[in-house]
Design a protein around this ligand. Structure first.
Ligand SMILES: CC(C)(COP(=O)(O)OP(=O)(O)OC[C@H]1O[C@@H](n2cnc3c(N)ncnc32)[C@H](O)[C@@H]1OP(=O)(O)O)[C@@H](O)C(=O)NCCC(=O)NCCS
Length: 251
């Protein structure tokens, strides 16, 4: 099975091969020229509703496009798209509270983990902001989650961890309270898919942004997910130093 990086390298090569042409510039025939971007293909994909191409710098995958890409990547035996066959991403049910509380204690040291009481209270007030990953091959066991509460405040403060009454259902910002993946399920791309699913869901509901705090060494990871680093946070959670990061969902 290929890794994600190997697949990217192979696919770029395959794409070069499929779209190569003679640029007519060299003294000799040069069929290795590559347009980088095949605009005809982009137009075709747009017409088929596989991407949205607003003709600016970027094009965006639609849900239909994501499904097609996953199918193709599975056929190419790439590891990551198999995630959607094996794992389900869904809202939490209150009866699963004990399971996620345990995961939080496994994933974070005691000074950083949210307490069982606050997690359970959060699930009561904002279950729709608590997305879990279930492993279909293991009796639907929960293997990770992302959760938050909504607010019209813009800056993160530690009380969000401990005072669920701050939750404003129609708040423009979601303050992320935790991203957890069990150790034996890491490095499979689950955290990335969880964050992307969460963003798509909250974007569709009209939220403006997600805000989180993280240790310095996680900044790179969150940048890969599309977050911007806002610098050092006022948070002193667990007696630690934190960085505040934000992703914009709607302008
Ligand atoms: C951090 C955590 C959620 C990552 O989960 P995961 O499912 O292994 O992450 P993914 O497989 O989706 O990784 C996505 C990308 O982030 C990178 N990444 C993953 N864990 C990382 C880490 N601990 N530090 C830096 N980068 C990391 C991966 O290399 C990958 O990048 P790539 O696409 O270039 O390969 C998981 O390790 C965890 O639960 N840790 C303990 C709790 C924690 O620290 N949560 C975050 C709090 S701010």
């Amino acid at each position: 099975m290929r890794t994600r990086e190997e697949a990217i390298d192979d696919m770029i090569l395959a794409l070069m091969y499929l779209t190569r042409f003679n640029d007519g510039e060299g003294r000799t025939f040069n069929e290795l020229a590559w347009k980088n971007y095949d605009f005809d293909a982009i137009d075709r994909l747009d017409k088929e509703d596989l991407i949205i191409n607003p003709k600016n710098k970027y094009a965006y995958l639609t849900e239909k496009g994501r499904e097609r890409a996953r199918r193709m990547l599975s056929e190419l035996d790439v590891k990551e798209p198999g995630i959607y066959k094996r794992f389900e991403f869904c809202e939490i049910k209150p009866e699963l509270s004990d399971e996620v509380v345990k995961i939080e204690q496994i994933c974070f040291p005691p000074n950083e983990a949210c307490t069982p009481e606050h997690m359970k209270a959060r699930i009561k007030v904002a279950p729709d902001l608590f997305l879990v990953i279930k492993d279909r091959e293991n009796d639907g066991k929960i293997v990770g989650f992302l959760n938050g509460i909504a607010t019209n405040e813009r800056i993160f403060r530690d009380e969000f961890f401990t005072d669920e009454s701050l939750h404003e259902p129609d708040g423009e910002t979601v303050m992320i309270m935790g991203l957890d993946v069990l150790p034996e399920y890491r490095k499979m791309g689950l955290a990335r898919e969880l964050v992307f699913n969460y963003c798509r869901k909250e974007q569709a509901r009209g939220r403006k942004r997600l805000v989180l705090t993280c240790h310095k060494e996680k900044i790179k990871m969150y940048r890969k997910f599309g977050f911007d680093d806002l610098g050092e946070s006022a948070s002193e959670w667990g007696g630690e130093k934190w960085h505040e990061m934000e992703i914009r969902l709607n302008f």
